[in-house]
Design a protein around this ligand. Structure first.
Ligand SMILES: Cc1ncc(CO)c(N)n1
Length: 228
């Protein structure tokens, strides 16, 4: 299957997610709150543009069932997944305005501009390739972290883990994988290689997003004048 090929080409990158200190810190509850706050604010901005990519998928869909799928993904991101962020924001004292008006980091801009440009230029197959690594890798991470025992002081990140390990989220990832396989089936190798490129690039951007959050990097690095 085409998604097996995609997985193989990004496998070392995907394995590194589970070793990343940000992801491990959510898993064992040791992640510092300020890093999580930074992440949730950037991730909220990320999800707004991610929704626009789903909307482009609905515009470009050739079949009604594909259009329905993109509109369901759009709706569940806007309501379910972004509700997770709104609930955490309330708990940790971030207002709705702050959440929506966060200053974007360089990594966030790189990621969302890349996805939006590929999705704008491409067909429904490119749109699907743009969002596949996001949904699929969060489900893999959620599922792995859900296997760990949740000890005391650790329950704070439980809602985050529950969201991405949930059956509903698993279904979203599975439907995107199925769609990717259907769409790639009849494509010539040159176009498949382009989809693979998008998948590998977005997988790298996922890693960079964990790095950005862990170091709370806005533009270059922690000590740069750009952060003052
Ligand atoms: C950066 C990023 N990738 C993927 C997801 C999963 O939707 C998310 N919330 N944020």
């Amino acid at each position: 299957m085409f998604t097996d090929r995609l997985y193989r080409s990004a496998q070392p990158i995907w394995e590194s997610y589970l070793h990343h200190p940000f992801v491990k810190g959510i898993g064992d509850g040791s992640l510092e709150l300020d890093k999580f706050k930074f992440f949730m604010r950037q991730d909220y901005l990320y999800l707004i543009d991610y929704c626009r990519v789903f909307a482009l998928g609905a515009v470009k869909a050739k079949r009604l069932d594909t259009m329905t799928m993109f509109s369901e993904l759009l709706h569940s991101t806007l309501s379910e997944e972004m509700n997770l962020h709104r609930n955490y924001a309330e708990k940790i004292g971030i207002s709705r305005e702050e959440l929506e008006n966060t200053e974007p980091s360089a990594t966030l801009l790189a990621y969302t501009s890349y996805m939006l440009s590929k999705a704008n230029q491409g067909s429904e197959a490119e749109v699907t390739a743009c969002v596949l690594a996001c949904t699929w890798s969060y489900h893999v991470i959620g599922t792995e972290l859900n296997k760990l025992e949740r000890n005391e002081g650790h329950e704070f990140y439980g809602d985050w883990i529950d969201m991405y390990a949930s059956d509903e989220f698993a279904e979203l990832a599975a439907s995107l994988k199925e769609l990717m396989n259907d769409l790639a089936d009849d494509l010539p190798e040159r176009e498949k290689a382009h989809l693979e490129d998008i998948f590998v690039h977005t997988s790298k951007l996922e890693y960079m997003f964990w790095e950005m959050a862990y170091n709370k990097t806005m533009w270059v690095d922690k000590d740069s004048f750009l952060n003052h």
